[in-house]
Design a protein around this ligand. Structure first.
Ligand code: PEP
Length: 249
């Protein structure tokens, strides 16, 4: 079966209104494959402006986080209902920066994933091992520790509505991309881990690779059988570079 292929931008806390306009102008005429979606996860203040500027129906916008509660005294937080109000369809959850800088545990990420799904949002669930874990032979144990609480919280069947982004922490923003073979090996392990719970569901889940993806590395990465696209940080802030990454699918 042909899985959905997704190239997702993660602007992190970067960008401005000029980039919103430049990106939409650059991407609106992009010729994408039928099964392809491009997703741009901007800082929350730019979601509406970007949605308004985009005219391509295969290009969607997404948020980079949400709070696991419906509403209330959570100063500075963004709720799923607010994202619904803006017609945002996707949300990145469990990014390694949220885990390491803001102390988000896998249990909290699981609650956020459940809350996103309950409110009709597609979670892009980020998982990845540290350099220490990779070098200590703990990659699979680390990924399992991040995936298992989500499966326990939502049940494996709900993964038909989840996108998983595998992002080795040592490759994020460092210029060190995992080789295509190494990334494929880990993606294959993730899919088999999901398949052990439900083989049919595992075949539907788009697995994205993230970590210093650029136009030069995207094609080989995306050609791997278990890599269904990418989550792109730094290179997603450059219009031409990001366009070329989208075209590498
Ligand atoms: C990211 O922020 O998810 C990411 C993969 O960043 P970069 O592409 O810059 O490594």
């Amino acid at each position: 079966m042909k899985r959905q292929s997704i190239v997702a931008a993660n602007w992190k806390m970067n960008g401005d209104l000029a980039l919103v306009e430049e990106m939409a102008n650059g991407l609106n005429s992009l010729e994408l494959k039928d099964h392809q979606t491009v997703l741009i996860n901007t800082p929350a203040p730019y979601l509406t402006a970007l949605s308004s500027a985009l005219t391509h129906d295969q290009i969607k916008v997404g948020a980079q986080n949400l709070n696991e509660n419906e509403k209330g005294a959570f100063t500075g937080e963004i709720s799923a209902l607010m994202l619904n109000d803006l017609a945002v369809q996707y949300v990145v959850l469990g990014h390694s920066e949220r885990r390491s800088i803001y102390g988000e545990t896998s249990e909290l990420v699981a609650k956020k994933v459940a809350h996103a799904l309950n409110n009709g949002l597609v979670p892009v669930l980020c998982i990845g091992e540290s350099l220490e874990e990779r070098e200590g032979g703990q990659t699979e144990a680390s990924l399992e520790a991040q995936l298992a609480p989500v499966i326990a919280e939502i049940g494996i069947e709900k993964f038909v509505d989840v996108v998983v982004a595998y992002e080795p922490v040592w490759a994020i923003g460092t210029g060190k991309t995992a080789s295509a073979a190494m990334a494929q090996e880990t993606h294959e392990w993730i899919r088999s881990y999901l398949a052990a719970q439900n083989a049919d569901v595992a075949q539907t889940v788009p697995l994205l690779y993230g970590g210093s993806v650029n136009a030069a590395t995207a094609q080989e990465l995306f050609a791997q059988p278990d890599i269904d696209g990418g989550l792109v940080g730094g290179a997603s802030l450059k219009v031409e570079e990001f366009k070329n990454i989208c075209l590498a699918v």
